[in-house]
Design a protein around this ligand. Sequence first.
Ligand code: PMV
Length: 319
Amino acid sequence: MQAQARAQPNIALIKYWGKRDLERNLPAVGSISVTLADLYSTMRVTVDPSLPEDVLLVNGDASRSMLARVSACMDQVAGGPRPAARVDSSSNFPIAAGLASSASAFAALTLAADAAFGSNRTEHELVNLAGRASGSAARSMLGGFVELENRDHEVAVSSLLEPEQWPLQVVVAITAPGPKPVSSGDAMEISRKTSPFYDRWIEQQSEDLGEARAAIHDRDLQRLGAVAEHNCLKMHSVMWGARPPLSYWNSATVACMQTIRDLQAQGMEVFFTIDAGPQLKAICAPPDVTAVRDALRTTAGVADVMVSGIGTGARLIAA
Ligand code: PMV
């Protein structure tokens, strides 16, 4: 059996940072994201009982580093003994660099594995299985503006707005395409155990979620930008306060923030967010996207700029 699925990364506007259950990989907080349209990961799962063990190819090259996580995800989806499989993964953007490639990859893998192994999981199970592999992957199962809610022993995702209901644009400024030095999972645990700001971060999250939900409901870009920037900078402050301190930024990340501040000072409705990596994502309305893209492209230290609309959730595609 063979199945193929495609999913796009999502960019968190209200961040997931911290785990409350390591074994189930349950987040300590709810989060809100937008799913992108133009960056994607495709995962093909080919069941092959003749293989001695699973094989993972990333953009055509054998990869051992991610194999254990990929195999564990397929084990969870299959839910019992299963034959070995070959997994072909490809992404049209830099992976493991704070661009949420794990979100798109594990959302697509969960769907493809379910179809290839004939597991017939419900949508709710698939969301939780994707989230178990990578917390943010649960959100890439849906399109548009997505809220992830933290329930007792599980997560639930819902769509706050479909992509066409608020077709914003996301400009990604790539300042360093290489893999990140510390995985987000490790960094979350260091934050939880050592940062004096961690508990306040957790306490304040529901307030930020409520504010973002209302701004999305009203399609109020300025209000959404204010709470999203606040939430992002708070998450990074938790990391800066950790021991050892965690900083994913480089000088170009800071220069990009200044570029966005300058555009805001000129009256443009645009805001930024930064995840566990040095790339900056700017969000704006379609008429401003060229100006935002050009301003970020000419910011010192920016290697590349990618533009994406807001897209749909993970889906099976012809293998
Ligand atoms: O899903 P993970 O384990 O890669 O963690 C994602 C963490 C952030 O991207 C920084 C925030 C988020 O909500 O996506």
